[in-house]
Design a protein around this ligand. Sequence first.
Ligand code: IMP
Ligand code: MG
Length: 417
Amino acid sequence: MTTRYRVEYALKTHRRDQLIEWIKGLLAVPFVLHSQPTVIYQEHSEGLKRVAADTHQRYAEIMRDVENLINDHSKSHVARRRQHPLRLPLITPQFYITNEMTRLYLEDAFNYQDEQRFISRRRFVAPSFNDIRLILNSAQLLGLVRSSEVDLVTFDGDVTLYDDGACLTPANPVIPRILRLLEQGRKVGIVTAAGYEEAPKYYGRLYGLLDAVHDSKKLTPSQKEGIIVMGGESNFLFRFDQESESRLAYVSRKEWLLEEMRAWHDDDIKQLLDIAEDSLRACASNLGLPAAVLRKDRAVGVYPVNGVRIDRELLEETVLVVQNTVERSAVGSRLPFCAFNGGNDVFVDIGDKSWGVRVCQEYFGGIDPSKTLHIGDQFLSAGANDFKARLASTTAWIASPAETVELLDELEAAINK
Ligand code: IMP
Ligand code: MG
């Protein structure tokens, strides 16, 4: 039976970010009380400037209070085990903050984004989801550079580095930014769900970047080795190889598997994928998906035949059905997996990006989560695959490849400051 609770849960908890929604609600109050949309001002008038300054101050105060509350929450993390009541979960019981790795400088981030986006000058459009998502990103970058360092940046592929299903071509403006990270001695991981076992397939997707690293005269050989590709979320690792035509070399699992991953037995992997495949086939048939099933060694998915678009609702339904089905199985409680909506396909992968990011950290000698930034586009709590990276690193939530470029510029500016 579909209860009201389940519908609410699926619609609200999975489709919305509770922290962003909560902050949006807090900012809506001064927006309503101070932005005075019905007062007729000349757009250049002193009156309008005064209203904007007043609104800015109210927004900034709220962001400072939220910052203090989150800080308090993080500090009480240890106290939680001693049964101290926590203010944040009591005030906002529906969300939890996974990022206890660095401080979030929300007030400063708001001041920065307000200059970029004129949030407090707006009288008709309230602070939006995107405003707050970008403020949180800025706050995270400030936290990284002020209270820690950035030693490793991991990138999702589709939508983060290039458009969905496209390739990283030589003209992509992200390339000089990534080269710069490597020149500064930072490490870079591409942590993508795209799961191939052969290096040439990744070269086909990433050739613009890999050729640029290969051809670079500025990068030393050891800086070039600072880029790796982790495919299939956490299943196939490739290191940079200057001599190889595909610029990449496969790294065998025994060289990088984390201790816990050694318990992922082949028969469990097969059993989990069998359950997921049955469930995907049932969805394809019940929902009339114009899709074929693709079974791989470490993943199973449905993808559209002849490039037709599958309705978002059907993709989401499929993700939630298969996720529920696998979660309820015995093997699903032993083995980590990730079911997600890839935009026009649904995949179930063994492992998830938290493991992918951890492997990158270990590969580079044990980089701390507080010195790692994962940049991705999929951060809703269900049906999204970058979400799990929050367990292993700080994160930034972008909505397009252009935003990734802006974020890297913002990071560079924050580091230089
Ligand atoms: P990401 O955004 O870089 O994580 O890539 C996600 C996309 O990779 C999915 O939407 C799929 O279209 C594609 N893909 C190709 N192979 C796989 C696989 O084995 N597992 C999951 N996704 C895959
Ligand atoms: Mg993506």
